[in-house]
Design a protein around this ligand. Sequence first.
Ligand code: ASP
Length: 324
Amino acid sequence: MEPLDRRSFIVSAGAAGAALAAGSPAGAAQTSGAVFISTWKWGIPANARAAEVLGAGGSLLDAVEKGINAIEDDPNVDTVGYGGLPNAQGEVELDAGVMNGTTHRAGSVCNLHKIKNPISVARLVMEKTRHTTMAGEGALQFAIAMGFEPMQLLTPKSLEAWLKWKNTPNHQTFWIDKDHHDTIGMLATDGNGHVVAGCSTSGLAWKIPGRVADSPLVGCGYYADDSAGAACATGNGDVMTNYCSSAYIVARMAEGAHPQEACDQLMRFMAKTAPDVTRGQYCVVALSAGGETGAASMNAAQPLQYALWRAGRGSLQTAPAYLR
Ligand code: ASP
């Protein structure tokens, strides 16, 4: 695959890219209104729920938490929360993180078992402790102390999928390679320069127990800073962690880059330094504190769909791909 040159990349962004090229940024700033941008098609109901919470007088953090909860609670999303596909030992291991762009504080949990709403536990790590990240058994005990009820996170469907994988002779494992994953990542602004980022996932299906990738790590899976904007990542987190993708994008925005250009710069840097990214999912979304948006995926064969909510309307968009 050939990298797109700068011009083709912008043109491939379609209407958004055309607006950028014409000097009118994609998702032009509407500082008077809230904007939500979330990864994948379940971003549509997540954004709708977040907008409802904000509209009812909740804070932006409430909106992002509740929007993500809606996907964590959905047994049909097999990469997030309840019904998420388990690790190689058949245990659902959840990761999540959230960041408040005003206070520059984040909270996260990794390898959390038995609790279906890790984003809510992550928020409590941020708000109730001096810590940023809690993992494993300690994170579970913290959640229980905060009033969360442990439960079985396997659904009949995810148990069946795990048994099928387990009983397949010579099944692939991550000691070799395997690929089933996705995340709900959400970025939000209230229209007054405040941004929040959140991310929740069950990680890779059949992962080696104990594996942690980008989603719960601040700066990798998500990042928010009111002075610039917010970003989050989805895709192969084992690779993307090495790029601190979200902090990278927000840093470019802090230097003045439009969110689309900031996403574009990360793709360029990754394509240059990680030759094996020509296959697989490496995707990001970005939101400036002024409400401008950006999105990118590395490979056209593995496109990123993301949901955008603006001015009371939700839509599903496809991010421009860097390699085609
Ligand atoms: N980045 C997540 C992980 O590697 C999965 C995804 O977003 O697709 O755990």
